[in-house]
Design a binder for this molecule. Structure first.
Ligand SMILES: [Zn+2]
Length: 304
């Protein structure tokens, strides 16, 4: 199973347990708005809900049965309501527009999603029906695909209520609402109560963060190594200059000791050189000796 289908399976497993009527109404509204066809005008009124997934059709049928006491018939991939009275009752009660009707009525009736829990229920249902989220190990991407532009706008506004900004792009006559910001994706997964997905997402973000931190540490160490190398190169130049001009024995004993070790161990750090000196001295002591060597070299250059 893909990451996306795992998320949806998780959501479907808890969605049927929810009991409050207002949220179930919001859910049914989402089902019909996302994958339904509504015709409430004329003599032959009907609502058809189309979905390839039988458990979604069953969920829709049970919602209709619970709320309106009507048993819709499932024919292949469609749940069909063709009782004119029930169709009118459903469309009036949930504020549904006829398909292809671009009138003044809002695509999502405000009273249907007035409560915050109902907003979540509506968005969650829309996601189950038309959404997908990419495995965060590959890419940060979440999207919902809508047939109706007005509905895509209305749903974007509904999601915006939770501070999540979705962009809309047209793809093959459909409208793709998407988001690529990892934090916003986590927020959206939270809104639709996809908790396991949210955890997976957060874990992966932590792993990525740790990996970035390790990279930063490695970069820091590289920078330190560069500093050590640069310092050693300068010290070697000083020592060689003095040795060429005056001979290494020109240096007093304590400085000569450090100089010889530097010539022998060009890559060694000050600390390491300090440990090789008898008796051992600290890093600052070694640094002090190389500073003295530097002064002597500079003085010789001045004399030249
Ligand atoms: Zn509710």
């Amino acid at each position: 199973m893909s990451f996306s289908s795992d998320v949806k399976a998780e959501m479907l497993s808890y969605i049927s347990k929810d009991a409050s009527l207002h949220c179930r109404r919001a859910r049914l509204g989402a089902v019909i708005n996302v994958c339904g066809y509504v015709n409430s005008a004329g003599k032959d009124k009907f609502i058809v809900i189309h979905n390839e997934n039988l458990s979604i059709l069953n969920l829709a049928v049970s919602l209709i049965s619970d709320i309106f006491g009507y048993d819709a018939v499932i024919i292949k991939h469609d749940a069909v309501i063709n009782d004119g009275k029930i169709v009118t009752e459903i469309t009036d009660s949930l504020g549904l527009r006829d398909s292809g009707d671009f009138g003044l009525d809002p695509p999502i009736m405000p009273s249907l999603v007035k409560r915050s829990c109902c907003k979540r229920a509506y968005i969650a249902m829309a996601f189950i029906l038309s959404g997908s989220v990419t495995d965060p190990g590959k890419q940060y991407h979440i999207e919902l695909v809508m047939n109706d532009y007005d509905h895509a706008i209305a749903l974007t506004e509904l999601i915006d209520y939770f501070g999540i900004e979705m962009k809309i792009v047209e793809r093959k006559n459909r409208y793709v609402m998407y988001c690529k910001e990892s934090e916003q994706i986590v927020d959206l997964l939270n809104v639709i109560s996809a908790h396991k997905a949210l955890l997976d997402f957060e874990n992966l973000r932590v792993v990525k963060e740790v990996r970035n931190n390790i990279n930063r540490v490695v970069n820091c160490e590289t920078a330190n190594i560069n500093r050590v190398v640069n310092t050693a190169v300068r010290q070697l130049n000083d020592i060689r200059y003095i040795a060429e001009r005056k001979g290494i024995n020109f240096l007093p004993y304590n400085l000569r000791q450090a100089a010889k070790l530097r010539l022998e161990y060009p890559d060694a750090s000050l600390k390491e050189i300090g440990e090789l000196i008898t008796p051992p001295i600290g890093k600052s002591g070694v640094n002090h000796r190389f500073n003295k060597i530097h002064e002597i070299a500079e003085k010789l250059k001045g004399d030249h």
